[in-house]
Design a protein. Structure first.
Length: 331
């Protein structure tokens, strides 16, 4: 059976973009057709300045929302990265295979490092090397497919390169993974800045719909979404990014085609209203299940404990094998 691995960073509250671009696909497709592992990658949240208590809180919230979104521990493995030591163990080994040049060419490193410097801060070494940790997350499990957004494709390519290089130099140890992308809603954009991704790291802002936003808040944000000049509702992402974003969100919610939907509407207001209601209805069962799970934290903790135990058992033999292959005295 095909093995899938994907993770989500607890660097902010999960958004509509996270749900449409990744989590819904995990729940509706990946866990049912594959041997799937889904992970809260909390170690990745340490690459920039952070509040430790907030990281812990957001990690628990992210795990709870994954379960509320339909991930079933009977069908897949749900766990927290830092509770499985094999991720850190393998990351160092892969750092001994990766090169400095590869790390500095990573687009996200360039962008995030530039932002840190603009703020007058220093750039942590872990920000440079975290793509290798991401590669370790993937390769530890013999992953075949990695469902990711467009902005993470470069990191999966790095994982592929490191797997091939390790296998050629030290012997066959890793499966070479491939990135997969959902057809619609793969990259939901900020409602106020439709050329920028709807990111969870930005904690405030009217352009971001969070999974736990109240229905009236969702409606207000979508009704105030930036559109474009002109009156005709057409689907043209380069020329009309605001409209394209709304049409893609509506299409992703209802399973339609954004180009076909554009022909249904004669006004921006009608499109926004329908999009808002579609998002509210999409999030309603997720929010209800989240409320139920928050009332039973022991259940969530047990799911994560068992998930980490299972993941550890899956990863350890491969990581031990890689240790031996590269010349270490693995236990």
């Amino acid at each position: 059976m095909t093995r899938v691995f994907s993770g989500i960073k607890p660097t902010g509250h999960l958004t509509l973009g996270n749900y449409l671009g990744a989590v819904r696909q995990w729940a509706e497709v990946d866990q049912r057709r594959t041997d799937a592992l889904f992970c809260v990658v909390d170690m990745h949240a340490l690459t920039v300045e952070h509040d430790p208590a907030r990281v812990r809180r957001l990690s628990r919230q992210a795990a709870t929302l994954l379960l509320a979104s339909g991930l079933d521990p009977e069908l897949c493995t749900v766990f927290v990265q830092s509770q499985v030591d094999e991720h850190a163990r393998l990351s160092y080994v892969l750092e001994c295979v990766a090169t400095d040049g590869e790390m500095r060419r990573m687009i996200q490193y360039k962008e995030k490092a530039a932002r840190e410097r603009d703020r007058g801060g220093s750039v942590r070494l872990s920000l440079l090397t975290y793509p290798v940790l991401m590669a370790a997350d993937i390769l530890a499990y013999g992953t075949d497919e990695v469902p990711v957004g467009d902005d993470q494709t470069q990191h999966v390519e790095l994982a592929r390169d490191l797997a091939v290089r390790f296998n050629q130099r030290y012997g066959q140890a890793f499966v070479v993974p491939r990135a997969t992308h959902p057809k619609v809603g793969a990259r939901v954009m900020n409602l106020q800045e439709p050329t920028s991704k709807m990111g969870k790291t930005d904690d405030v802002g009217p352009g971001i719909v969070y999974l736990l936003d109240e229905p009236d808040v969702v409606r207000k944000k979508i009704m105030r979404a930036v559109t474009d000049s002109g009156r005709e509702v057409v689907y043209d992402r380069p020329a009309r990014p605001g409209l394209a974003n709304l049409l893609e969100i509506l299409a992703a919610c209802e399973g339609g085609n954004p180009e076909e939907l554009s022909g249904v509407y004669e006004s921006y207001g009608a499109l926004k209203k329908d999009t808002a209601e579609a998002v509210v209805e999409l999030l309603r069962p997720v929010q209800q299940r989240h409320k139920e799970l928050c009332a039973d934290p022991a259940y969530v903790e047990e799911v994560l404990r068992l998930g980490a135990e299972k993941a550890r058992g899956m990863a350890r033999p491969r990581v031990d094998s890689a240790y031996r292959a590269i010349g270490l005295l693995a236990g």
